[in-house]
Write a protein that binds this ligand. Structure first.
Ligand SMILES: [Zn+2]
Length: 278
């Protein structure tokens, strides 16, 4: 699933590609992708509107229109947004929704697994929508300080650290890739209980979490072996070459040369190094 760095990459690129453009036509090939409203209503509100801005909250994209409505897009497991500068370019087999702009460019929503969605929401109702989602703080926000991280952890002493990092109501945007990478960076075993972490370890974890997320954004995210993530130009993310543990089971640890192990933790495949993660 695309995590914070992948969705942030898409947001940044969409800003450059579609901001200020007018949507002149929409083609909906699979109506269930449009969530909670009829396709007719969706088209009625969206066609003719102009893209005002694009934001990200957790793993969700928010496309603000200039008519008091916003589109909330969740890519879930395999959603992709691909931009084409010209209309006539070939579409993918799994293209379910196409936004056509007045300059003849278009944006395709592809989704092999079909779990993703787009939701039309009045912009003034967005705050309520996100409140109901019970999302934790944004880890890259200025006010997400070490003090704040420590404070949040102190409320969950009996949680295992890696599943907790992935819990969206604890911190928003972190998933299976970056939770594993942060634990390796901080040399912490992913199944450690929060209350067992020493101050130094917590500090290291905070440091790596932020560092890894920033570096992953810089590298336009991760396209792992089984993932469908691509950026808006259809390109894979470059962070894959920088992964230290994710999907590296049975390979040698870059730090201590021991073999990376894979276990199930909270139902999710989790890799770690038994040599240098304590
Ligand atoms: Zn190691």
């Amino acid at each position: 699933m695309p995590e914070l760095p992948e969705v942030e990459t898409i947001k940044n690129q969409l800003k450059a590609k579609i901001k200020s453009k007018t949507i002149k036509k929409i083609e909906v090939k699979l109506s269930k992708i449009v969530k909670d409203t009829s396709v007719v209503f969706f088209k009625k509100k969206v066609i003719g509107s102009k893209i005002k801005n694009i934001e990200r909250r957790a793993k969700l994209l928010i496309i603000h229109l200039n008519n008091g409505y916003s589109l909330v897009v969740h890519l879930k497991l395999s959603g992709q947004l691909i931009y084409y500068p010209k209309l006539e370019q070939k579409k993918e087999k799994y293209t379910h929704l196409i936004y056509y702009f007045s300059d003849n460019s278009c944006l395709c929503y592809n989704d092999l697994r079909q779990f993703g969605y787009v939701k039309l929401i009045k912009t003034i109702d967005l705050e309520k929508f996100f409140q109901q989602k019970d999302l934790g703080p944004e880890p890259l926000a200025k006010n997400f300080t070490f003090k704040k991280f420590k404070e949040l952890l102190s409320k969950r002493p009996n949680s295992k650290i890696k599943p907790l990092l992935m819990n969206q109501s604890f911190i928003a945007g972190i998933g299976n890739i970056y939770a594993q990478e942060a634990c390796w960076g901080a040399q912490i075993l992913p199944f450690r209980l929060v209350k067992s972490l020493k101050e130094k370890e917590t500090e290291k974890l905070y440091h790596y979490l932020i560092k890894i997320l920033k570096l992953a954004i810089k590298n336009k995210g991760t396209t792992a072996a089984d993932a469908h993530y691509v950026d808006v130009q259809g390109r894979a993310g470059n962070y894959k070459s920088k992964l230290k543990v994710y999907q590296r089971q049975n390979k040698r640890c870059f730090r201590c040369q021991q073999k990376i192990k894979r276990i199930k933790l909270g139902g999710r495949g989790t890799c770690y190094c038994p040599g240098c993660q304590k």
